[in-house]
Design a protein around this ligand. Structure first.
Ligand code: HEM
Length: 459
């Protein structure tokens, strides 16, 4: 006998649509988990979704043999309008996912990422120069500058293309088009398609997709016209063959993957950086320890590739920030066949969508203790991170569909945080600021501003 999965009261036809916080849907999912516990069901029009929140259930559903990545009915299904069968939005059964995955995995491996160090430094130095020029009184929106940083970095590392965000008065047109495209994709996933066409958002949506596609098509055409020797991701896709089938990636899929890297590669990393800065600045002890670590490792000299393993405390801050504030807090999986989860308790039907809420599971007191809501980098130090149970820390997804860009983003984040703490004292602009969230495809701190006081001239 299984236990019925609880569900909040709902409206006919609409289901729970009206329950969901329009600005920050995550807020609703977290509140409902406090009210209903480790599992509950949400209905949206005719679609049923089960939401899981506890460590035990997240661990159980992190199993490629029982669950596959869910695209249908999620925002990702809409993101396919721009990113097609690129790695992030591909369905399990699509051949190009396998080809791209096998072709690109080595290009995202640790050795290849080390080769990106100079390009990462190039962009990171531009952010440091900008903040130095601004001086101690300027109010900085770190989320904006980190977006410029991560966007330029992924474009330079993946396709040797300069977007020059730090030399522009306004955002690159691609950035705005992409932001609008992602927001509208999110809305589309939560409203009937009839409403979408009646509201007339289609023209703007298509225009945004064209702006994004045109840029990547230009980059591909430029590379074909003027090939370069560099072993970047674009060359890998243009020239490489799948080691298993010997097939090359179709031109259209290369475009989708470049777009995917620009989308998946920048917002998540920029959100993580903003949250990490927020958590560190809010904790004077963490600020002090991090500054000491950076000073000891670098002093005044420029950071080098060989320094990257000298920052255990910085690593712990990133890990702890991603635990408390995962930028991609919910992922969708579907059951491969009828199954029962929760130690024989809950029946889940074949193809049923399960929303894996890691924002709640990574605060499960069973794993993290009664102080689970507190920022304590120490819980990630001295072998404690390595000793965690499987899937307790899961901000990069799971299994075969886990994040391919994890090592890339980690190196990029380590470099910029080390440089920032080497060069500046950071302070929050408004000391009464309390964390608020903004949600698009990712979660970010909202209206968060800091000042960066150069350390040169005394400490
Ligand atoms: C997949 C998070 C950085 C590219 C994912 C997934 C998560 C994630 C949670 C799984 C999504 C799902 O199961 O639906 C993050 C975070 C990042 C980050 C938190 C930064 C801190 C990057 C970067 C790239 C990237 C820099 C660069 C290209 C991808 C791709 C996938 C993916 C292509 C799909 C992989 C596949 O399904 O084969 N990421 N990501 N990510 N990520 Fe990241």
């Amino acid at each position: 006998m299984t236990t019925p999965i609880p569900s909040p009261p709902s409206l006919p036809f609409l289901g729970h649509v009206t329950h969901i916080d329009k600005e920050v849907p995550l807020r609703t999912y977290v509140l409902l988990s406090q009210q209903y516990g480790e599992i509950y069901q949400m209905n949206q029009f005719s679609t049923q979704r089960v939401v899981i929140s506890s460590y035990e259930l997240v661990n159980e559903c992190s199993d490629d043999k029982r669950f596959y990545k869910g695209i249908k009915g999620s925002t990702l299904e809409q993101v396919r309008n721009g990113a097609g069968d690129g790695l992030f939005t591909a369905r399990e059964d699509e051949e190009n996912w396998g080809i791209a995955h096998r072709l690109l995995m080595p290009a995202f491996g640790t050795a290849a990422i080390k080769g990106m160090f100079d390009d990462m430094m190039d962009i990171a130095s531009q952010l440091i120069s900008k903040w130095e020029r601004f001086g101690p009184t300027a109010v900085i929106n770190p989320a904006d500058d980190f977006t410029g940083l991560t966007f330029d970095t992924i474009a330079l590392c993946a396709m040797t293309h300069r977007l020059n965000s730090f030399y522009r008065e306004t955002n690159h047109p691609f950035v705005q088009a992409m932001a609008d495209f992602l927001i509208e994709s999110g809305h589309r996933a939560n409203r009937p398609s009839l409403v979408t066409s009646v509201l007339g958002y289609q023209t703007k949506y298509e225009k945004d997709i064209k702006i994004m596609s045109d840029l990547v098509d230009e980059i591909i055409a430029e590379r074909r016209a003027h090939p370069i020797e560099k072993n970047d991701l674009l060359n890998k896709m243009l020239l490489g063959k799948d080691p298993k089938t010997g097939k090359k990636l179709p031109e259209k899929n290369i475009r989708y993957n470049l777009l995917t890297f620009l989308i998946a590669g920048h917002e998540t990393t920029s959100s993580t950086l903003t949250f990490t800065i927020y958590h560190i600045i809010s904790n004077p002890e963490a600020t002090r320890k991090l500054r000491e670590e950076v000073d000891e490792a670098l002093g005044d000299r420029p950071i080098q590739l060989g320094d990257l393993n000298k920052f255990p405390y910085l690593n712990a801050c990133l890990r702890e920030s991603m635990r408390l504030s995962p930028p991609a807090p919910m992922r969708y999986v579907n059951a491969i066949s009828d199954t029962i989860i929760g130690g024989g308790k809950y029946a889940v039907k074949k193809d049923q969508t399960v929303i894996v809420n890691v924002a709640t599971s990574m605060r499960d007191p069973q794993i993290w203790g009664e102080d689970a809501d507190e920022f304590k980098p120490e819980r990630m130090l001295d072998g404690k991170f390595e000793a965690l149970p499987p899937n307790a820390w899961q901000p990069f997804g799971f299994g075969m569909r886990a994040c391919i860009g994890r090592a890339l983003s980690w190196q990029e984040m380590t470099i910029i945080i080390a440089l920032i703490f080497q060069h500046f004292y950071l302070v929050v602009d408004d000391p009464s600021y309390e964390l608020q969230l903004k949600q698009t495809l990712t979660i970010k701190p909202k209206d968060y501003h800091i000042r960066a006081i150069p350390r040169k001239g005394g400490s």
